[in-house]
Design a binder for this molecule. Structure first.
Ligand code: ADP
Length: 218
């Protein structure tokens, strides 16, 4: 069964979250204070409503407490975003995800109990920088300040060798989570599985260890 989502603030970020969730078959309530913006989302959401997201009575009347998730993307306006987060957490919505504009905004949201805080420009900027940093890295996800998951392209140096021969875990302390080859994804690679040049390895580990593997191991 699809989940119920409320997307509040339909700028570039919110509107894309809304459209994609709706496309994925979920029930999506789209909310924005601007009528023209709401109009544009009418055919890309289950319901699109003009409302001020800092008005507790209106949020209650929209039945928001029954939603599984709320995504607050009132980007530029920090105060209403904070107020709306407070109201929705008080109403008991389990998952309130909020887009933060900057570090201070991020800190306040953390304090008032936002379940996930997103800084799209910062997160995407970092991912792109890692892809630019190395031709071998094609994607990068930060797990914490120290750990990450990267997708690296296998070079000729490790081609035709098994995972146990390359020995990423012992030599570099990293784990190969999956191996992608053309459209196939091997999600539980075995020690004796072969790696070929051009394969994409999904590697998890400490950032320094991943860097060592990338520079010295392949
Ligand atoms: P982005 O950076 O993702 O494009 P914007 O900051 O441009 O985000 O857009 C935020 C949206 O939030 C706008 O469409 C604006 O109308 C809406 N918004 C701002 N304040 C409120 C509010 N109090 N209630 C509902 N929607 C709001």
């Amino acid at each position: 069964m699809g989940k119920q989502f409320a997307v509040i603030g339909l700028g570039r970020f919110g509107s894309n979250v809304c459209k994609e969730l709706y496309q994925l078959g979920h029930e999506v309530l789209a909310i924005d204070a601007n009528e023209n913006i709401v109009d544009r989302l009418k055919h890309h959401s289950s319901h699109a409503v003009v409302a001020n997201a800092t008005d507790e009575a209106i949020l209650k009347s929209l039945g928001l407490r029954n939603f599984d998730y709320a995504i607050i993307a009132i980007g530029e306006h920090i105060q209403p975003s904070i107020l709306c987060t407070l109201i929705l957490k008080e109403m008991g919505i389990k998952q309130v995800w909020v887009k933060a504009q900057n570090t201070q905004h991020h800190k306040v949201l953390e304090k008032i109990g936002a379940d996930r805080i997103i800084q799209p420009e910062k997160e995407m900027g970092m991912r792109i920088a890692h892809q630019l940093d190395s031709e071998k890295i094609i994607d990068y996800i930060e797990l914490s300040k120290e750990y990450s998951i990267v997708e690296v392209v296998a070079t000729a140096k490790i081609s035709n060798r098994t995972l146990v021969e390359v020995d990423v875990r012992k030599r570099f302390g990293c784990t190969v989570l999956a191996v992608k080859r053309d459209e196939q994804v091997n999600i539980s690679p075995l020690p004796n599985d072969f790696i070929y040049e051009g394969d994409i390895l999904v590697v998890m580990g400490h950032k320094n260890d991943i860097k060592r593997f990338e520079n010295k191991g392949m």
